[in-house]
Ligand binder design. Structure first.
Ligand code: GLY
Length: 359
């Protein structure tokens, strides 16, 4: 097992990463100082696959366990699911020492985290991410929230977990398309911060796609370490944390425009990264070889690289403007300076679209 730490003073917490850690979750959660009651939030498929192991481990350690099953899918990251969680915690008389455990991907993690952030003005919570995307990104860093009909993640809070438990065995049951979508965020870490990680992905992509456990642990640990460093430097996204949005400006717009149905988040980010690399090259910030390597790695991973032909770049403008990261009409756009470094520029949505069209 590997242990990493997210160093945030009094809000610091460990990330445990390895194989078959779910069965030890009870001891880890006990060590994190959670009280007598634990509420596990998950969705039906995961409840079938992993809930028995997690519940058994928690009960063995002496916890009283309740489980809240919410429907699967981004469309359920909403107030209705949040109410289900609050209702159950109230029914079961959870107190401020009780703990919420998020067993699932980004949707479950964001929802359970936001419930924990707000219930009784804050109770401890633990992230047990089961998708690659959640393991390398959303479970670390304390972003929690729900969607509003006007946009994704419009309601939320920064609220750090007490502990993150990453069991790579959970990836065995992840649909291959979702695994590949998660790889987009791993590629992102290589582009923004780590040329060695990027080269490793280029060399060992097949082994990674074959779920080589040792390689997975290495790659996830490197990704989490990069994420932790960014979060330690700028926990509340006042400035530097936006570096994690490389590929996300166009990616989010694409997701919004296609109604969150066509692309998985990582797939939209993949398109966004390739387009951001092209814009970086047009701006004279990224060399051609790096741009080509980014595009090739994304493609070789089985991810999309292009905005679908039915979508006019201009149609993306409105979707970009409602993104909460725009300020005074300008959007903080992340360019890549080759592989391993970045640069921020402020663009209007129109300027981004002009760049996308190569104007
Ligand atoms: N997923 C981007 C962030 O945590 O800031």
């Amino acid at each position: 097992m590997r242990t990493l730490t997210v160093n945030l003073g009094a809000r610091s917490y460990p990330i445990y990463l390895g194989r078959e850690l779910l069965a030890q979750a009870g001891e880890f959660i006990q060590r994190a100082g959670c009280g007598e009651k634990v509420g596990i939030v998950t969705h039906p498929k995961l409840a079938e696959l992993y809930l028995p192991i997690l519940e058994e481990s928690l009960k063995r350690t002496g916890f009283r366990v309740v489980s809240v099953i919410i429907p699967e899918g981004e469309e359920h990251k909403n107030f209705a699911s949040l109410s289900l969680i609050y209702d159950r915690l109230i029914e079961e008389r959870f107190d401020r020492g009780s703990c919420v455990v998020a067993l699932g991907g980004g949707v479950v993690g964001d929802l359970a985290g936001f419930a924990a952030a707000t219930f009784l003005r804050g109770v401890p919570y633990v992230q047990v991410p089961t998708t690659l995307l959640a393991q390398v990104d959303s479970s670390v860093g304390g972003k929690t929230g729900v969607n509003h009909r006007a946009g994704k993640n419009l309601i939320g809070a920064f609220y750090q977990p007490r502990l993150v438990i990453i069991d790579v065995e959970a990836l065995r049951t992840l649909p291959p398309r979702e695994f590949v979508a998660g790889l987009a965020e791993v590629i992102k870490y290589g582009v923004i911060a780590d040329p060695k990680l990027f080269a490793l992905l280029e060399q060992k992509l097949d082994r990674l796609l074959g779920l080589d456990r040792e390689l997975l642990v290495d790659v996830i640990a490197t990704s989490c370490a990069i994420k932790a460093q960014v979060v330690e430097r700028d926990e509340q996204e006042e400035d530097y944390r936006s570096v994690l949005n490389f590929g996300h400006t166009v990616g989010h717009a694409l997701e919004a425009l296609t109604g969150y149905g066509k692309f998985l988040h990582g797939e939209a980010v993949a398109v966004g990264m390739v387009q951001a690399a092209a814009i970086s090259s047009r701006q004279g910030v990224c060399d051609e070889t790096s741009q080509r390597r980014i595009s090739e790695l994304v493609q070789n991973a089985g991810l999309p690289t292009e905005i679908p032909s039915g979508i006019e770049p201009r149609e993306l403008i409105q979707a970009m403007e409602v993104d909460k990261k725009s300020l005074g009409g300008k959007i903080k756009f992340v360019l890549c300076r080759g592989i391993g470094a970045t640069q921020f520029v402020w663009f209007s949505a129109e300027e981004i679209v002009a760049q996308l069209a190569g104007e």
